[in-house]
Design a protein around this ligand. Structure first.
Ligand code: XIL
Length: 362
């Protein structure tokens, strides 16, 4: 669309283009509100893995070119920051944050509380008082360091049980064991107190599948946020990780209902870790890429048709570096192809889908 103006790496629709899109939508019978909502650009970005970031200039160039938002992939996790109990190591996080700032990228912080990626000493804690003291101190120090710079925090990550219908709803973590459900309240309250302007998000996975477990997880996420709000504890949105399984279908209706429920609670949504797990797909690369792009398009369309996400973030940019191959190994020797760029930084069909949202032409 010619009216799109480049603006420091972001894109803005001119008024004329918006009006024309609306008029076309009216003429074609599509809802005007829907067309307007979809026609606004959505910030798109990626998690950045520090090893690739340091060693691969092409990786840094790709981050500059394709991202409005950058997320340190592992460097804000406890095992990176708190390897030693007595001191914080901000080396990796500072590097990623400085890069984002120098290149005009927004930042998401991942994550202040998780049951994984913990240094051994955390798992050895035994008392409630100790857990609370460490959690509060950690969040105060980390959020304060990046106050006004990291605009959005995944305050809690994966606190919902995988299938909450069987003995749920909380995931069994050291935080849940020592603090009970209050661990979530403590985390949000402390983050909000430390940086009152930050956007605070509950981040979790397995919301989009057409399975009873996913519906139950959506309900639990809503309930947690409603309870926080009832208690006056700040929470601003839900992050959907969206690690999509290529062999599964998207529950479009379920997602749309979820978006409406979030809206009714005054919550935002964002897509935080998008990629495609293609372990059960045939090896043929073109076929896999086509399926992945279609799946991502279906997922994003389901979300955006009901609610505009604050951001769409993929969990990495290039198939060269991704957790998917290791975590979801294939039976053959083919490499995983979960991301928008291939292992040689060539654009895949998934990238075109994302760029449409980024430009506001989806
Ligand atoms: C993964 C990283 O991508 C890997 O590099 C790391 O070894 C393990 O963690 N859900 C999350 C992310 O919230 O933090 C995980 O990231 C992927 C699953």
């Amino acid at each position: 669309m010619q009216e799109i103006e480049a603006d420091r790496g972001r894109f803005r629709l001119t008024r004329r283009a918006v009006l024309r899109t609306g008029a076309a939508a009216l003429a074609s019978g599509t809802g005007f509100a829907r067309a307007q909502a979809a026609a606004r650009p959505i910030p798109v970005g990626s998690a950045a893995e520090i090893g690739a970031f340091r060693n691969d200039a092409r990786y840094r160039e790709a981050l500059k070119r394709y991202c409005d938002v950058v997320v340190p992939m592992n460097d804000l996790k406890w095992d990176a920051l708190r390897h030693e109990r007595a001191r914080f190591d901000f080396a990796g996080a500072d590097e990623a944050v400085a890069f984002a700032e120098a290149n005009g990228k927004a930042l998401r912080g991942h994550t202040l509380l998780w049951g994984e990626a913990l240094p051994p000493w955390v798992k050895e804690m035994t008392t409630r008082a100790e857990a609370e003291r460490e959690l509060v101190n950690h969040i105060e120090v980390v959020v304060d360091r990046y106050k006004g710079r990291i605009a959005t925090w995944d305050v809690v990550n994966e606190v919902i049980k995988y299938d909450p219908t069987s003995g749920g709803p909380w995931r069994d973590t050291i935080w849940q064991r020592l603090l009970g459900p209050e661990h979530v309240e403590i985390a949000f309250r402390t983050a909000g107190r430390t940086d009152p302007k930050a956007r605070l998000v509950l981040n979790d996975f397995h919301f989009e599948e057409a399975e009873p477990g996913a519906a139950a997880r959506r309900q639990v996420a809503l309930d947690i946020c409603r309870r926080l709000k009832d208690k006056g504890i700040p929470v601003h949105g839900i992050g959907m990780q969206a690690h999509l399984y290529a062999e599964k279908n998207i529950d479009t209706e379920g997602l749309q209902r979820f978006m409406r429920d979030l809206d009714a609670l005054g919550l935002d949504v964002e897509v935080t870790e998008l990629d495609v797990i293609d372990w059960k797909m045939p090896a043929d690369a073109a076929l896999r890429d086509k399926r992945s792009a279609a799946l991502v398009a279906t997922f994003l369309e389901a979300v955006v048709s009901a609610k505009r996400p604050k951001a769409i973030v993929t969990w990495g940019l290039t198939d060269r570096y991704s957790w998917v191959g290791e975590t979801f190994p294939r039976k053959d020797s083919a490499k995983a192809r979960p991301l928008p760029l291939d292992a040689d930084y060539r654009a895949k069909p998934m990238l075109a889908v994302l760029e449409r949202y980024r430009r506001g032409t989806a």
